[in-house]
Design a protein around this ligand. Structure first.
Ligand code: PEP
Length: 257
């Protein structure tokens, strides 16, 4: 298996943006623009409050819907939380886990990312698990150590069959929402490193099958170069996923990538 046979996935991470009418309007616009895309999986990961609206707006289309997080317990006294089963029951297909904003602002750790990933898989969701180094860690030349540790911990106890249902998003924290994009070579270097780590843990065949995205200020202007790289199988896109035309340009770049 190689890049040509792996599934390219372009996923939008809307973060805490869009009311329900705004969500509907954006998806209605996007739907028309991407209707003829066949070779790229298109995903919109939206706030919990928009899930029902998003599922209704995209029914029967080539746009899949994801959530931006889920809790690791099945149910219980966890005020304000949403379980993986609740998402799966709605028809949600993907869930972003371990996003750096969750790690930074909501005390998410590799241990809870691991538990959430297991819960999501048990519910039949496809986790998009985010890993990435801080600027300080890159400057100290420990990017590979950081990423290797995250991969080991976030996927601890997850079988090869389950790993194949996961997507990994390499998101250098210094590039998220900052307008500073990793160069295509930096993105390729770390995505290739992630694949090599997976090969050590799960074997080459499994590693070659996994979709590894780049995320961090990917936009309409820089997407083509990033997704052209051998180990970059698409992107997780924040800001630029909020504009239908920009998101479409990125999706089309992945079609040719
Ligand atoms: C993200 O939210 O995962 C992200 C990559 O954001 P942005 O594209 O805005 O940097």
């Amino acid at each position: 298996m190689n890049k040509a046979t792996r599934k390219a996935i372009i996923a939008g991470n809307w973060k805490m943006n869009k009311t329900r009418p705004e969500a509907k309007a954006l998806l209605e616009e996007l739907k028309g623009m991407v209707a003829d895309i066949k070779t790229v999986e298109i995903v919109a990961c939206v706030p919990f409050t928009n899930l029902e609206t998003a599922l209704a707006a995209t029914e029967g289309t080539n746009i899949k819907i994801g959530a931006e997080n889920c809790h690791f317990e099945k149910s219980g006294a966890f005020t304000g939380e949403i379980s993986a089963d609740m998402l799966a029951e709605m028809g949600v297909e993907y869930v972003v886990l371990g996003h750096s904003e969750r790690r930074q602002y909501f005390a998410e750790t590799d241990e809870t990312v691991n538990k959430r990933t297991k819960a999501a898989l048990a519910a039949g969701l496809k986790p998009i698990v985010c890993v990435g180094e801080l600027l300080w860690e890159r400057e100290c030349n420990i990017t590979e150590e950081v990423i290797a540790r995250q991969i080991k911990l976030d996927f601890f106890g997850i079988s090869a069959d389950d790993l194949k249902k996961c997507v990994i998003a390499y998101e250098p924290v210094w590039a998220i929402g900052t307008g500073k994009t990793a160069t295509a070579d930096q993105a390729e270097e770390v995505c290739a490193f992630i694949r090599a780590q997976l090969a050590k843990l799960y074997g080459a065949e499994v590693a070659e099958a996994i979709t590894i995205q780049y995320g961090g200020s990917m936009n309409a202007a820089n997407a083509a170069e990033l997704v052209s790289k051998t180990n970059v199988d698409g992107g997780l896109i924040g800001g630029a996923s909020l504009k239908a035309a920009d998101f479409t340009t990125i999706i089309k770049a992945a079609e040719n990538g």
